[in-house]
Design a protein around this ligand. Structure first.
Ligand code: ADE
Length: 225
């Protein structure tokens, strides 16, 4: 996968890029690029935002600034690319969307800042608007890292164990349910025992137990509804 991040703060991603699974994904052939929106702005003095039409507090990121950054990165070869704007009002990120994005050969993440981004970006320049939750961050950078983290760990070779990402919370292998509980040594700690079935050696029983626990935990989204 080629992952392009458009941001006003590329240094934020230095820590992200140093993480093991991200380095593994890069070693396995993924490519990460960061694009500083100020570097390609068509405006003078690195301007990227402006005051909102209709009045109101704060500044709005300009459509021409985002368009220029995409143009510099892709030229006219934008069609077919998945271009995602991170915004609190977007489609809620979940395992289904992560899986969908992880299957893309090219993915672009645009980090919004200030009070918002000119709506014409959403209407004309991107294919998706994605939110990581119903709260507002200072900018899309952390949200982009969340998306990139979740997507890259789905790429074969990024996790230590090949199956780690298959049977985990919200995956189709668990029919969208949260993951079953895990236990490791010691078998007894302060009188807290592990479930006996896990050391029974009966693999079918272990599978059944895990599936039952996973179902039992249910879908927290439904719990809230
Ligand atoms: N930018 C600011 N808040 C956000 C959120 N919750 N999700 C995605 N992008 C954001």
């Amino acid at each position: 996968m080629r992952l392009d991040v458009f941001t006003l703060f590329p240094p934020w991603f230095e820590w992200f890029e140093s993480q093991r699974h991200v380095r593994n994904a890069v070693a396995a052939g993924s490519e990460l690029r960061y694009h500083d929106l100020r570097a390609t702005t068509p405006l003078s003095a690195g301007q990227v935002d402006d005051s909102p039409y209709g009045g109101g507090a704060g500044m709005v990121m300009r459509v021409d600034v985002i368009d220029a950054a995409l143009q510099a990165a892709y030229g006219d070869a934008r069609t077919g690319r998945r271009i995602v704007l991170l915004t609190p009002s977007g489609r809620m990120l979940d395992d289904e969307l992560v899986t969908e994005l992880a299957a893309e050969p090219d993915l672009a993440l645009i980090c919004g800042r200030y009070e918002g981004v000119d709506e014409r970006v959403r209407d004309h320049l991107v294919t998706d608007a994605v939110s990581i939750g119903r709260y507002v961050l200072a900018g899309g950078e952390l949200a982009a890292m969340v998306v990139a983290d979740a997507v890259l760990r789905k790429i074969p070779g990024s996790l230590g164990h090949a199956d780690s990402a298959l049977e985990e919370s919200y995956s189709s292998a668990l029919e969208g349910d949260p993951e079953y509980p895990h236990y490791t040594r010691p078998p007894t700690y302060r009188g807290w025992d592990i479930p006996e079935v896990l050391v029974s050696g009966d693999h079918a029983k272990v599978r059944e137990w895990r599936r039952d626990r996973s179902r039992e935990r249910g879908d927290p989204r439904e719990e809230r509804a």
